[in-house]
Design a protein around this ligand. Structure first.
Ligand SMILES: Nc1ncnc2c1ncn2[C@@H]1O[C@H](COP(=O)(O)OP(=O)(O)OP(=O)(O)O)[C@@H](O)[C@H]1O
Ligand SMILES: [Mg+2]
Length: 499
């Protein structure tokens, strides 16, 4: 106990009548990484929000370096040296990288802002993080992974004693994760304590010293990370033995083309890419970050402007100049950007669920009862954890927001569904459900699916065919035995295929 940096004693938290945290005794030493793991909705984000001063506990106490803490808000937490990187990115989209990093802590020289200092300081941190961005770029022009890196840069600058990282890696590339881990090790060397939340148990195993497992708001187990295998962690999280992650792959002999994209170009991202999607297929898109997968498929559904190319649905050319038209053509897209593009997080749950399918619920005014009924059905079908039907979408846990996004998409009754990073932020048990759900769509519901994923294992385990992209071009289309890591990587890095 002597050298404990941060302790929580019997922390409980109620939201209305619901107890989401029950008697949590969490402990963090200086220079230690304590990983907080648990299913979606287990209470991880709520606990760290209490530690950082965002929420007040209903019961229990917090101690920092042995002293009792009573925080009224995040600013107070930061003053004490507790800094949090939020799960849902918290940047001002219209401001620049530099403005965001210094927001609320602008450096002045006399009455004026010390522009040079801030610019140089910002450059320095970005360089340390190996980030390929400049201080003057606007947040809204950055990729999600670069936005995440800006969040990290912002936190690191604050010289904290405790840094909380709530799923920092869910939208980072493997390379970026390596850089982050290097940074974490450096911070450990400076005696900073780190609370690390992630659903990627291999990462937890790699970076954590200690693991704290939550289930349904209760602390199930705490111990040295090396005492647990990944499987043991997963089983403790869900409270049962998990079976095989991936369902058996459907066999699709069907060669009817449902969707065809010809010569699609998006300047700077995609260079004359053509592909076909067959009926009842789960078609994977693999590639390194920056290969142009998201941009290509956004262009296919009209979420991004293309400068050339045609799109055909069952041999008929369709107008995909905007997303509404694609929805009318029964093509739906689940964006990788949950907060920015999938949900209107400041609106309530029924509003979000029915947004793409309003005509089903209006006559001509929205029938609130039917909307609510649909929400209850979605709750059951997708096992969304909803504490209260009138909540704003941002009050759901991250993983449950993701499930709501999928439910919303399915409300539009699409025939072709494009999932971009469908399991981002989703716990191991729920991932398994998501895979079975996608398989059922193609085997039982006569749908065709496209899955973009940066997790190669997911592409390999789930997809019946895999298209690989490198540098804006399609370099390969793999089936059967060819769907293997080594082969995909050869095409993804341009060693193989027409580049
Ligand atoms: N402000 C709030 N009002 C009501 N309920 C809330 C609020 N914030 C969180 N909850 C509920 O508390 C529970 C725990 O949520 P929390 O965000 O802590 O989960 P989590 O473990 O971080 O999950 P995930 O892995 O999905 O991010 C959820 O049921 C969530 O809906
Ligand atoms: Mg969370």
């Amino acid at each position: 106990m002597e050298d404990t940096l941060l302790t929580t004693k019997n922390i409980c938290k109620d939201f209305g009548p619901v107890r989401v945290l029950d008697d949590i005794n969490f402990n963090l030493n200086p220079g230690e990484v304590n990983a907080l793991i648990g299913e979606n909705g287990a209470g991880k984000s709520t606990l760290v929000k209490i530690i950082s001063g965002y929420h007040k506990p209903t019961e229990g106490k917090l101690f920092l370096e042995g002293e009792k803490l009573s925080l009224d808000n995040i600013a107070e937490g930061e003053k004490k040296g507790i800094v949090m990187i939020h799960q849902e990115l918290n940047l001002a989209p219209d401001l620049t990288v530099e403005e965001n990093i210094f927001l609320g802590q602008e450096k002045k020289k006399g009455y004026l802002l010390d522009e040079k200092y801030m610019y140089d300081e910002c450059q320095k941190i970005l360089k340390e993080l190996n980030c390929d961005i400049t201080p003057k770029e606007r947040i809204k022009d950055l990729s999600i992974s670069n936005q995440q890196m800006v969040e990290i840069a912002k936190a690191v600058r604050k010289e904290a004693k405790v840094i909380i990282m709530d799923e920092p890696t869910s939208s980072l590339t493997k390379e970026e994760v390596k850089i982050l881990f290097k940074l974490i090790n450096k911070l450990k060397g400076e005696n900073v304590g780190i609370i690390f939340i992630s659903h990627k148990l291999d990462e937890v195993q790699e970076i954590a010293d200690k693991v704290t497992i939550l289930r349904d708001g209760k602390q199930i187990k705490t111990g040295a990370a090396k005492e647990f295998t990944e499987n043991q962690m997963a089983n403790l999280m869900v409270g049962r033995e998990l079976e095989d992650m991936y369902p058996e792959k459907p066999v699709s002999e069907n060669k009817k083309v449902v969707l065809e994209a010809k010569n699609i170009s998006v300047p700077g991202f995609v260079d004359s890419a053509s592909f076909k999607l067959y009926e009842n297929e789960i078609l994977g898109f693999a590639g390194l970050v920056g290969a142009g997968r998201t941009e290509l498929l956004e262009a296919v559904v009209g979420l991004r402007e293309r400068t050339s190319g045609q799109i055909y649905k069952r041999d008929q050319e369709i107008d995909a100049s905007n997303y509404i038209k694609s929805i009318d053509n029964n093509i739906a897209y689940l964006s990788e950007d949950r907060k920015g593009k999938t949900l209107l997080t400041s609106k309530n749950l029924p509003f979000n669920l029915t947004l793409l399918s309003l005509e089903k619920y209006s006559d001509p005014f929205i029938d609130k009862n039917r909307e609510l009924k649909a929400l209850k059905e979605a709750e059951e079908k997708f096992e969304i954890q909803i504490p209260n039907y009138r909540l704003r979408a941002d009050k759901l846990s991250g993983g449950n927001q993701q499930k709501l996004g999928v439910a919303k998409l399915m409300e539009a009754e699409p025939e072709i569904i494009i999932f971009d990073e469908p399991t981002r932020g989703i716990d191991v048990g729920t991932k398994q459900q998501m895979y079975s759900f996608i398989k059922e769509l193609v085997t039982k519901k006569n749908k065709s699916c496209i899955v973009i994923s940066s997790e190669l294992q997911e592409i390999i385990g789930l997809c019946t065919r895999v298209i690989v992209m490198c540098d804006g071009k399609i370099t390969g289309s793999l089936t059967g035995e060819q769907i293997k890591e080594e082969i995909i990587m050869q095409y993804a890095t341009g060693l193989k295929g027409a580049v």
